[in-house]
Design a protein around this ligand. Sequence first.
Ligand code: ADP
Ligand code: MG
Length: 724
Amino acid sequence: MSGNAARVKAIQQIVNREPMTPKSPARLEDIWAENVFNLSKMQASLPKSVFKSIQKTIVTGEKLDPAVADAVATAMRDWAMAKGALYYAHVFYPMTNLTAEKHDGFISVQGDGNVISEFSGKVLVQGEPDGSSFPNGGIRDTFEARGYTGWDVTSPAYIMETDNGSTLCIPTVFVSWTGEALDKKVPLLRSIAAMDKAARKVLKLLGNTDVAHVNSSCGAEQEYFLIDANFASLRPDLLLAGRTLFGKAPAKGQEFDDHYFGAIPERVQVFMQDVEETLYKLGIPAKTRHNEVAPGQFEIAPFFEAANVASDHQQLIMTVLRHTAKKHGFMCLLHEKPFAGINGSGKHVNWSVGNATQGNLLDPGDSPHDNIQFLVFCGAVIRGVHKYGPLMRAAIATASNDHRLGANEAPPAIMSVYLGTQLEEVFEQIKTGTVSESKRKGVMDLGVDVLPTLTKDAGDRNRTSPFAFTGNRFEFRAVGSSQSVSGPLIVLNTMLADSLEWMGNRLETELTQGTDLNTAIITILKEVMEAHGVVVFGGNGYSAEWHEMAVNERGLANLPTTADALPVLKAEYIEDLFQKTGVLTPVELESRFEVYAEQYILSIEVEAKLVINMAKTLIYPAAVEYLSKLSSTLTSLADLGVSLDKASAETVASLTNSMMAEVGKLSTALEKHDFDSTEAKMVYCATTLRSLMDSIRSYGDALEGEIADSFWPLPSYQEMLFVK
Ligand code: ADP
Ligand code: MG
């Protein structure tokens, strides 16, 4: 079947498809957390003393008492088997942004040849997947391939239902046999602990006597595209790279903004309901769904949760979106830029810190005490973003997110903080020492007056900022749609831990010198603003003036590509930060650099090979076939005395030749292997390889505009984005 016939068939199938009928929605109360072995299920199935012990572990994050592990394991197995699970899996989160799982059966063969189901505390608590196939950045030599997974008791076990059966899934950490973190969960837990310690010290210095464990929270908004699976299967680029490597922009794109405000297409709504039902059963509080800016683009956002659980749940959301899409005949694209010229996808990470005694510490609150506490934490964030902005950039550096950042649709690759007009003014006044003059604004004596009511900025008020205060949290908007949120959360918690540690020490010094609390706080916040206030920016982050001003006047780093950003992980001040907070050892940090750099290089090399393949095996043959048809038609017409202009044929011929010349160059470029360093290889990918790929694409896309549609082998942007 020629490429074009396959396209036509795909469209016919889509148009004639039987609509999936929506299931009548289940009552939320009936299905909520049905597939989660949560506290209430433990309480119902465990002896009281065992339950008390595990409950304490969950709240405090302490080590699990081995004596209770067996009882918990048995109860968990009975629950899972009653729900049809015959296998369990230790689920872990390697450095690749993916979710990994190793499945084992409950089955145990006995001496007499019979089998029993077995699941001991030991296997619940610790697993031993062959770690050698997961990237470790050189931490382990290949002869020592063992890696350990260990149950993260703070994240509940759950059952994953698929058409092929149910599996009991146990969220775990993944470490090397020498104890180094090989995953994204270990450092996340450590970053929360570091932030907790520093935050509690500050809270006590601020006069609070009862101070509970401080945790960080996260609510992540996930953007994604849905396209029909019939089209996806005809696009090798979507199948292998998750984005289109060729494709001419359609005559109609997103310029009418009609998708964002439009009703959710029926077929998509049925899909969303199916996703939500699965998520509710998994105890994931899906809350918001809507169309996004681009045609075919949507968003799902859960209610926020504790960062560690939110991160595990976010991974599950991505898995459920992908699986459910397949069931509904869609392909779910989580890539940051599946379609050139059309808005890409991000994952806004809403982040805050708080505890049971003082509440949300990034909420201004309404008493003077709350206000001043808020300013301290907010000041700590400002200091953190200024000191560690390049690290924040590194935490969102992937080959796919590079297509989005700074491309006038997503925040720039320069890290700054947006506070909103009023809050920016408050900090400006603290800095200039004019606090006392603005009494009418209510910020004079922070110990007595309250802040003016801050208007809660709707999330989209300033879309151009990578990191915006939105009333009671910060929204990290530059995070990529396919990323794990752990990396960004680790950086945010760690830099806050560092700032709070510094503030705690400064505060202690001031107080022992006899300075009163409010004066001490204002003095310290003034210092913060003087040293770090340049990172606060409320203007248009997309503008050329900002790029100029940020770098030349404010000294902020602009790191446009991953090749520019990742080497930050090797900087001494970053190594110090992670070491002193106990979040990553130098060896762990270095291994992260190696793994991320390798991922970057690999994904560009794979795409480059695909570009060559598609140009040679799909586009070139289509062009030649069309030309040959065209020339024979022109000849027969000439025989009849009809002469047509040959310009179109000449254009096709010339574009084809130019494209193939560039393909030759890219093939040669891919053969270069002698690089002085990983950094040099990354730069080569970011510059030489990417620009050749772009150039080939531009010829390919021009050909799509010249060749008769009936000869074109690939589903077009128009078809993929608009045919539902
Ligand atoms: P918007 O589109 O205005 O950004 P959404 O409702 O789409 O808002 O998403 C906001 C996200 O922020 C939700 O996931 C919400 O639960 C989360 N959020 C709200 N408060 C907090 C908080 N204190 N900490 C972390 N996330 C929060
Ligand atoms: Mg939003």
